[in-house]
Design a binder for this molecule. Structure first.
Ligand SMILES: [Zn+2]
Length: 402
């Protein structure tokens, strides 16, 4: 942990003492801010689960300790059928824009760029998040919003937009309509870096070698990580958020390079800050120096969810890895079903995948990639034309499906 990170964490812990939600958690664990004397002490602080954080956040503002009278913006974030508030004070917004602006520079954006934002502005945070940082940085931002690709194409072409900010699917759709001015594409909202071959396919759709910048964030913490023009993985914004990777079973901190659950702590945030928040997102963190100046990196961004973890043949296995792997084979539709049982006391794994012409020929390549990426050998792969909607995982061993 860098010394400035530790200093910021200590000051943030003092601030969190003023928030009853965190004060009570620390009191219950018998820890006060003064007990945190060195970086190693930080791991004594209890985790925050998403369930307890959202239970507090769901309270009306006057009863919610994560709200503060200094709040100047309330966005919302959907979770299931509910909307959760995203609270920001003026200081929070300023810091969010300032930190993000450093990564705009690292992405190669200049004040001359005309940037089109196709994320939503209504209720949700993504559109305003980009709008705010681009204005802060001094580039030209067009708040287009999502949806209508005809209007988007007309504006992009009329104003010779050089930067497009979009989810990858919509960007590909726009590319097929013909846009030749865009030189930097910011993607977000869908897996991208973790999908093998996706960046190449996107560049092919645009018909040229544009810079693609991938981001990872969540409504409760924006930004978290973003790649730069050197295409060196997603750099953590470690002057904004402190990241740890833990073993999801034991809660122990894992060394760099090991796969585990990402845990986040805001260094400065005033409203609804996160403290050792378990994201449930599975990643690998590495120390990698980059010419842009950032060094903590998530090379593959997010590769799965910890709450769906299975143990197969003694190996930790995340079914969502299958979805990610399937995205790199265009012959498969992406639909899959994983069937697990025991045969003579040994785990047996069968993978059903849906695919059209040429899919059958790829079954072996798919099995190889699953083995390489997950360390689990699939016993059988069945390629079918169509899969009925149903659970993605049928685990006979534990009698559970999800
Ligand atoms: Zn970099």
């Amino acid at each position: 942990m860098k010394s400035e990170t530790f200093e910021a964490l200590r000051q943030q812990l003092d601030r969190l003492g003023g928030i009853s939600f965190y004060r009570q958690k620390l009191e219950k664990a018998g820890i006060s801010a003064g007990d945190i004397q060195e970086p190693a002490d930080f791991s004594r602080i209890p985790f925050t689960t998403s369930a307890e954080y959202f239970t507090e956040l769901r309270k009306p503002p006057q009863e919610c300790s994560l709200f503060s009278p200094q709040v100047t913006r309330i966005n919302f974030s959907p979770s299931g059928k509910e909307l959760y508030p995203v609270y920001q004070t003026a200081n929070d917004l300023e810091r969010m824009h300032r930190v993000s602006a450093t990564s705009l520079k690292a992405a190669g954006v200049t004040p001359d760029d005309v940037c089109v934002i196709t994320f939503g502005y209504h209720l949700f945070i993504a559109g305003l998040f980009y709008q705010g940082q681009l204005e802060y940085y001094g580039a030209k931002a067009i708040p287009l919003g999502p949806g209508d690709s005809e209007t988007a194409l007309k504006i992009i072409n009329d104003y010779r937009s050089t930067v497009l900010i979009s989810n990858p699917t919509f960007a590909m759709k726009l590319a097929s309509g013909g846009i030749d001015s865009v030189r930097i594409l910011f993607v977000g909202g869908e897996p991208f870096t973790s999908v093998e071959g996706y960046p190449e396919r996107t560049k092919a759709a645009f018909g040229r070698d544009l810079t693609i910048i991938d981001s990872y964030s969540m409504a409760a913490c924006m930004p978290i990580a973003r790649s730069c023009r050197h295409e060196n993985g997603l750099h953590l914004m470690d002057d904004f958020v402190h990241a740890e990777v833990i073993d999801p079973d034991t809660g122990e901190n894992l060394p760099p390079g090991e796969k585990g659950e990402l845990v986040l702590t805001h260094l400065h945030k005033e409203a609804a800050p996160l403290l050792r928040y378990r994201t449930g997102d599975l990643t690998v963190m590495e120390q990698r120096s980059c010419d842009c100046g950032r060094d903590l990196t998530l090379p593959q961004s997010i590769i799965g969810r910890t709450d769906e973890m299975l143990k197969i043949k003694g190996v930790k296995f995340w079914p969502s890895q299958i979805a990610t792997i399937l995205r790199s084979f265009p012959q498969f539709s992406g639909a899959y079903c994983l069937k697990l049982k025991q045969v003579k006391g040994v785990d047996h794994i069968e993978l059903l995948v849906a695919g059209g012409a040429g899919a059958e020929d790829q079954a072996e390549a798919l099995a190889d990639k699953v083995k390489r990426d997950t360390l689990v050998k699939v016993n059988e792969i069945k390629v079918v034309e169509e899969l009925e909607e149903g659970p993605l995982v049928q685990d006979e061993r534990e009698g559970r499906s999800f």
